[in-house]
Design a protein around this ligand. Structure first.
Ligand code: NAD
Length: 358
């Protein structure tokens, strides 16, 4: 079957890692028409917005997009493209597999975790009151009247909403992912002992949802304890289900366990649309040098292939990436024992080696 997929190349190192990914995905056997869509700094110059409506329309039409990293403009008043995409397309699940590949430097060989992070709620909902603002004063007065507790008058306030419906859908996503990919256990992670009405609701709702999936084990851990457990015995865990903020932090922790940003793939998924992208940013100082590691974006391509039902192509591509990393010869500077190694491959040369292994 021929697929039409929206391709956003991004900026900084985005175009290089996107080109490497496109070549690998096609070589793995995907029959595809790429619909190129713009976003980021160039789009601001052309359309006056970093996320033009035509780009959103393309994703709405094709349902699936793959995206290179995009620089977040500072001081322009524009919202980050990444945040806008999540909100506008209702991409409520952030998926981050953290798997160790032999040959990647890591203190935790064999680690194979999947993070499922809620993407829309929690302290990231963007509901904030600036210190000294009328809104902050009103809220402080309201709380003093209703709760009897005093908040310092010179406080800034961020609101943490966590809903039952939002938690139900992310918990279902985690259990369904576990079932589909043969994972044995889902661990929800919160601070429910302290924030009873937000994290507590998340924990209770996740437990309720778990009852509908008797073939997948379920447990809960407190987030502080979980951080310690992950650096001591990550092999005890499988799929981690987290609210937004803890999910953000533990995603990076787990990426660190398996070798860091160069290999950390990701996806933002909703009921209708999915956008696949590496965890790393646009690393502008490396742009156009053919130097950075394309692995994270190529592995995001592997996730995309699985999502669109191209499991054979996904397995072949993942095995080819694993083989090149294991061999350790045609890998980029960051994967060499010494970062100044003159034999390090460039971005495209590493992609060529992956293609040869397909
Ligand atoms: P970054 O991930 O771009 O880079 C940090 C450092 O990580 C780089 O200097 C480099 O040493 C290393 N690195 C990153 N990707 C690598 C790769 N593929 N191979 C080898 N080394 C790699 O983080 P930053 O500097 O904090 O952010 C730069 C810009 O990217 C910012 O504008 C930020 O907002 C944006 N950003 C975008 C996304 C996205 O589009 N999804 C995600 C994160 C950050």
């Amino acid at each position: 079957m021929k697929h039409t997929i929206t391709l956003i190349k991004g900026d900084g190192i985005g175009p290089e890692v996107s080109d490497a990914t496109v070549r690998c995905v096609e070589a793995a056997g995907l029959r595809v028409k790429w619909e190129i869509a713009e976003a980021g700094e160039d789009a601001i110059k052309k359309y006056g917005t970093p996320l033009p409506e035509s780009t959103l329309d393309s994703i709405r039409k094709n349902k699936v997009a793959i995206k290179g990293p995009i620089t977040t403009p500072i001081g322009t008043g524009f919202r980050s493209v990444n945040v806008s995409l999540r909100k506008q397309l209702n991409l409520y699940a952030c998926l981050r597999p953290c798997k160790h590949y032999e040959g990647v430097r890591s203190k935790y060989p064999g680690t194979d975790l999947v993070i499922v992070r809620e993407n829309m709620e929690d302290l990231y909902a963007g509901i904030e009151f600036e210190m000294g603002s009328a809104g902050a004063r009103k809220l402080i007065d309201f709380i003093a009247e209703n709760e009897g507790s005093k908040i310092q008058s010179d406080s800034g306030i961020s609101i943490k909403p966590i809903s039952r419906t939002g938690t139900q859908r992310i918990a279902k996503f985690a259990f369904e992912y576990a079932q589909k990919y043969g994972r044995k256990k889902v661990t929800s992670v919160t601070k429910a002992n302290i924030m009873k009405h937000t994290d507590g609701l998340f924990m209770r709702t996740a437990e309720e949802v778990s009852k509908g999936y008797p073939d997948v084990a379920y447990e809960h851990r407190l987030v502080d304890n979980m951080c310690m457990q992950l650096v001591q015995k990550p092999e005890l865990y499988d799929v981690l289900l987290l609210p937004n903020l803890y999910g953000d932090i533990l995603s990076d922790l787990c990426a660190g366990l398996v070798g860091g940003l160069g290999v950390a793939a990701g996806a933002n998924i909703g009921d209708e649309y999915a956008v696949f992208e590496a965890t790393h940013g646009s690393a502008p100082s490396y742009a156009r040098k053919n130097k950075v590691n394309p692995t994270a974006m190529i592995l995001s391509g592997v996730l995309m292939l699985r999502h669109i039902g191209e499991a054979n192509a996904a397995d072949r591509l993942e095995n080819a990436v694993a083989a090149v990393i294991k061999q350790g010869r045609d890998v980029t500077y960051d994967m060499k024992p010494n970062r100044d190694d003159p034999t390090a491959a460039g971005t495209q040369e590493m992609a060529d080696a992956i293609i040869r292994h397909l």
